[in-house]
Each structure stands twice: as C-alpha cells, then as structure tokens.
Design a protein around this ligand. Sequence first.
Ligand SMILES: Nc1ncnc2c1ncn2[C@@H]1O[C@H](COP(=O)(O)OP(=O)(O)OP(=O)(O)O)[C@@H](O)[C@H]1O
Length: 254
Amino acid sequence: MIPDTAELLVQAQHLSVERGGRTLLDSADLAVHAGEIVTLIGPNGAGKTTLVRTILQLMQHNRGKLYRKPGLRIGYMPQKLHIDPSLPLTVERFLTLGGATKAQAHKALERTGAEHLLKQPLQSLSGGETQRVLLARALLQQPELLVLDEPVQGVDVAGQAALYALINELRHELGCGVLLISHDLHLVMANTDTVVCLNGHVCCQGHPSQVTADPAYLELFGHRAEAQIALYTHHHDHAHDQCGEIDPEHSHHA
Ligand SMILES: Nc1ncnc2c1ncn2[C@@H]1O[C@H](COP(=O)(O)OP(=O)(O)OP(=O)(O)O)[C@@H](O)[C@H]1O
C-alpha cells in the first residue's frame, strides 16, 4: 500500500493526444507517487507508449493537464534501442556516453546483476542481458521515477520473473516511483500497486484485484483475463463501478 502522504511525481489529467486527425489518447488520467508501481496495460496500438512519451515530454499533448514534480529526475528504459550494428561499442562505453564515470557505470551494472558484461560489445548481448544494461543506464540518472517500456521483452520466462523482482527491489531501495508498460499481466500484477488499463482512453484503473474483476478489463483481455481472476480471486464486501472505484449503490457487507 502506498501511504497517502507519498509524494506525487507525475499526474496526467484528461490528457489527449491527436496526430494527423486521429485521437491517439483520449482524456487519460494517471498519477504516479514515490514508491508506487503503476503498470499500463492494453492491446497493441492502445496508446501506452504515447502516454509515456507525453509524460516524458517527448511528445506534446493537445488537451488536458500534465503535472511533473519540479526538477523530477527520470530514468527511462525505452522499448527499443537503435544502435548502428557496425558501431563498435562496449557496455562500459555505452553507459558512460551520457557523462557517467566508469565507476558509476560499474556500480549500476552491479546493481542489475550484469557487471560481468562490462567489456562486452553491446551487439553481442542476449535479450535479457540487454534489458539489464538498459535498466543500469536508467539507474545512472539516480531516478525518482523509473519509466520502463516493456522491460522484459526478449527475456525468457524465468528471466522475466527475476527482472520484475529486481524492479520491485529497486523501488523499495531507491524509494522511486515506477511507471511501466507491460503485456505480461500474470507477472506484473503481483508487484503492481495500480494497474491502468488503456485502450485509447482509460478503461479502468485501480488495484490489480479491482481491475481484474472489471468488465472493461475482461472485455479487453478475454480468456487471458480469466487466468488472472483465478489468481486474484478475493471476497468483495463492496462493488466497483466501471472505473474501479467503490460503488456504494451496489455494495453490501458480508
Ligand atoms: N507520432 C505519431 N503520429 C501519428 N500516429 C502515431 C504517432 N505515434 C503513435 N502513433 C499511433 O498511435 C497509436 C498508438 O500507438 P502507441 O505506440 O502509443 O501504442 P501502444 O499501446 O504502445 O502499442 P504497442 O503495444 O504495440 O507498443 C498507434 O496506432 C500508432 O501508430
């Protein structure tokens, strides 16, 4: 549980993004507090990356409000790394490109369990190794907010669980907020405080146990969602409305 006193790091209110006459994001609301993990889920093309890039101010929104804590330090792990394969680049060189010292690079790699990769060419890394190097690069920012776009892509199943466990540890250790995009509902849910289910607009948001019981979530994720419900089955003494808020009209007490 995130205490009510946790500092607000970023907040989107009714954020809309339009490009070429298309609405990519329709009045989205989202907030991330210090120490909180917020996970964005949604089908391909739902606007997840658009929302993240808008929060990072890499994209301009057309309507709505965006609050960022003044001077907020963000560590961003992008979905893809575009590096010229012909460019000889070791992991150490890659991590020091932004001005970090070798000692800082080494320490960050150590924290993500990838110190043995220091002298390796970047291009030779496996999917899981690349993700750990990218996470180390995000840590070099001494982030108050970690933004991770599909952090476990290209990682095998055992590696995915380990990477999510590491992210969870880091948020406790650094006290940072985490905003992550994921398709791995099963793995993410256990370590997430708030799930935001996006499909152009925010369909529902709340604690994983609320969201997995929400009709909008079930509609989007169909049978995959049912497995989640099995995981998060719990007894309600209250009902939720479409947004995952408790609906006093339809609540009852056992
Ligand atoms: N700069 C842009 N100009 C026009 N359309 C864009 C732009 N950026 C994204 N889009 C479109 O907006 C939609 C949402 O894209 P976005 O990358 O945010 O989705 P996503 O939920 O992250 O998808 P995925 O799960 O496939 O990564 C897509 O249809 C995409 O083609």
